[in-house]
Write a protein that binds this ligand. Structure first.
Ligand code: SF4
Length: 204
């Protein structure tokens, strides 16, 4: 019996998530990450949103998704991340950085060094971490094959566009990749109804 497109997507996304879940490419970051961030939403999406990392909270993600849904009249939305493991800076960790630990955080987000809630401060991922994680995002986009991919912010846009073969910087607000439209917009913390209106030009 052949699988439906949706069942195929579920199977492929589960396989991808298993690999992300056990990934240890960024050995300086993973000890302080309870589990990598995974994509969420409609598995046959019309629009796939890419955030830089899970540094924005759940409420902020919901607000942005609702703004897109209402502003662009698109219901089938999936969101995901450029980098799955949020890097942090932490003085407790720095004091023991010459040791190597597989995990320094428990299932309740408590630090195993201090016995208290993790106090690490989120910082942007560096070039190596972004490049290490990029194949997961490209694979996820290809599996879900949305009509639109929405890149939130300049860093996300620059790295993703280069990976898709656009090397000349961000010169447009819309690019073509295979059968998809790749849309560039503001960073998640600046994204407004005005940006939604601008996106409408490239939505048909
Ligand atoms: S950030 Fe990405 S590449 Fe790095 S360890 Fe996490 S899942 Fe792997």
């Amino acid at each position: 019996m052949s699988l439906s497109n949706r069942e195929n997507n579920i199977r492929k996304i589960i396989n991808l998530e298993d690999r992300i879940g056990s990934c240890n490419r960024c050995i300086n970051t993973t000890p302080c990450v309870r589990k990598p961030s995974l994509g969420k939403g409609e598995l046959e999406p019309e629009l796939l949103v890419v955030f830089e990392s899970e540094s924005l909270g759940r409420e902020e993600v919901i607000t942005i998704r609702n703004r897109i849904r209402d502003g662009l009249n698109i219901d089938k939305i999936y969101h995901t991340y450029l980098v799955r493991c949020q890097p942090k800076v932490c003085t407790s960790r720095n004091n023991v950085s010459h040791y190597s630990f597989p995990k320094l955080i428990d299932n309740e987000d408590n630090c195993l060094l201090t016995g208290q809630a993790c106090s690490g401060l989120p910082v942007p991922a560096n070039y190596d971490e972004i490049i290490a994680c990029m194949p997961y995002l490209i694979e996820e986009i290809q599996i879900l094959n949305p009509k639109y991919v929405l890149l939130m912010g300049e860093r996300v846009s620059m790295f993703v566009l280069k990976s898709l073969g656009y090397y000349d910087g961000i010169t447009e607000s819309c690019y073509e990749y295979e059968n998809m439209k790749i849309l560039v917009t503001a960073d998640h913390n600046k994204f407004s109804d005005h940006h939604c209106q601008l996106l409408k030009i490239n939505i048909n």
